[in-house]
Design a protein around this ligand. Structure first.
Ligand SMILES: Nc1ncnc2c1ncn2[C@@H]1O[C@H](COP(=O)(O)OP(=O)(O)OP(=O)(O)O)[C@@H](O)[C@H]1O
Length: 308
C-alpha cells in the first residue's frame, strides 16, 4: 500500500453519518455484508467500486430509501430508521441522478416546491442564491423538460442543498457533466465541506475525485475492502540514485528528511528535497532524478479490486 495514505475502518464517535454492520440480502442473495464506516463533518467521502459492487444499494440504505436486512445508520447521532424526522432533516440527497422533477414546471418552480415541502423559511432569496450558485439563473424560468442533462444534474444538487443539510449524499453527482460542470460541482462540494457538511458520494471517476475527496471507500463483492485517506499532496518525493539501498540507509540519518522508504529501485521520502539532494551529492551519490511522488488512486484502486 502507498505510504501517502492510511487505511482502516475505525469510526470516531463524532461521525455525522455512521453506518454500522449494514447487511442487505435480496432473498438469499447477499449484496452488502457488514458495512461499517463513518463520514465526519467537513469530510468528502467517495465510495468507489466496480459495477454491481453495491454502491447504489448502500446509498439507498443510507438515505432511507431501502431498509437493511440488519445493521444501523445514524445521522448526527439519530437513528435513520427509527429516529424519523431528526435524522432525515439533517439529510440532503440525490439518489439515482438526475433527480426527478416536474417536467412542465420551471427550475425555479420545482425548487419552490422543494422549499414548500421542507417548510423552508425565506425561500425566495435562498432559491435565487442557489440558482446563481449552480449557474442556472439563465434557464430558471424555463420548463425542466427543456433542460440538458447537466442542467438537471445541477438542479438536483440545488434541491438537495437548498435546506442546508448537514449530511449530503449523492449518487454519481458528476456523471454526464462536461468538464466545466464537473469542476463547478467539485467547487460546490468542497465549499459545503469547508462549511462543515459531511459529503458522501459514489463515483467511478477516481482520478477526478482524488483532487478533492478526503477519503475513498473501496467496495468490492459487497464488502468495504479498504478505506484510503488521501494525504496532502506534493509533500512526498521520489528519487533515483546509484546504490539505492545504501542511499536509503543514509537518507534516514539526514536532518530534515523523514519517513524514508525503498520502493523498487527508488527511494521515497518526506521533508526537504533540497536537504536530501545536498546530502546525497556531498556523499558522492549520483542522483538521476528527484520528483514529487504523487499517489495514483486509480492504480491503487485497480490493484486493490484485483486482489480482493
Ligand atoms: N432489487 C434488487 N433485487 C435483487 N438484486 C438486486 C436488487 N438491487 C440490486 N441488486 C443486485 O445487487 C448488486 C449490487 O447492485 P448495485 O446497483 O448496488 O451496484 P452498483 O455498485 O451501484 O453498480 P453500478 O456501478 O453498476 O451502478 C447487483 O448484483 C444487483 O444485481
Amino acid at each position: 500500500m502507498n505510504d501517502t495514505v492510511s487505511t482502516g475502518t475505525a469510526m470516531p464517535p463524532s461521525a455525522a453519518l455512521e453506518a454500522q454492520s449494514l447487511v442487505k440480502r435480496y432473498g438469499r442473495k447477499p449484496v452488502l455484508e457488514g458495512i461499517t464506516f463513518g463520514v465526519q463533518p467537513g469530510e468528502v467521502y467517495a465510495l468507489a467500486g466496480p459495477n454491481g459492487s453495491g454502491k447504489t444499494t448502500l446509498i439507498r440504505l443510507l438515505t432511507g430509501l431501502a431498509f437493511p436486512t440488519s445493521g444501523t445508520v445514524r445521522m448526527l447521532g439519530a437513528d435513520l430508521y427509527n429516529g424519523g424526522h431528526a435524522a432525515r432533516r439533517a439529510l440532503g440527497a440525490v439518489v439515482e441522478a438526475p433527480a426527478a422533477f416536474y417536467p412542465h414546471l420551471t427550475g425555479r418552480q420545482n425548487l419552490e416546491m422543494v422549499a414548500f415541502l421542507s417548510e423552508l423559511q425565506g425561500s425566495e432569496t435562498k432559491i435565487r442564491e442557489m440558482l446563481v450558485k449552480l449557474e442556472l439563473l439563465a434557464v430558471a424560468d424555463q420548463p425542466v423538460r427543456t433542460y440538458s442533462l447537466g442542467q438537471r444534474q445541477r438542479l438536483g444538487l440545488a434541491s438537495a442543498i437548498l435546506h442546508e443539510p448537514q449530511v449530503l449524499i449523492l449518487d454519481e453527482p458528476t456523471s454526464g457533466l462536461d468538464p466545466q460542470g464537473i469542476s463547478r460541482v467539485h467547487e460546490i462540494l468542497s465549499e459545503l465541506a469547508w462549511k462543515g457538511v459531511a459529503v458522501l458520494l459514489s463515483t467511478h471517476h477516481l482520478r477526478e475525485v482524488s483532487a478533492y475527496a478526503d477519503k475513498v471507500g473501496i467496495l468490492g463483492g459487497g464488502r468495504l475492502l479498504d478505506e484510503v485517506r488521501l494525504g496532502s499532496k506534493g509533500e512526498r518525493y521520489r528519487l533515483r540514485v546509484s546504490d539505492p539501498a545504501r542511499a536509503y540507509a543514509f537518507l534516514r540519518t539526514v536532518p530534515g528528511v523523514h519517513n524514508v522508504s525503498l520502493r523498487d529501485v527508488s527511494v521515497v521520502f518526506e521533508g526537504s528535497p533540497n536537504a536530501a539532494l545536498a546530502a546525497l551529492v556531498r556523499e558522492g551519490y549520483q542522483v538521476q532524478f528527484l520528483e514529487p511522488d504523487y499517489f495514483d488512486l486509480y492504480e491503487y484502486y485497480r490493484e486493490r479490486v484485483k486482489h480482493a
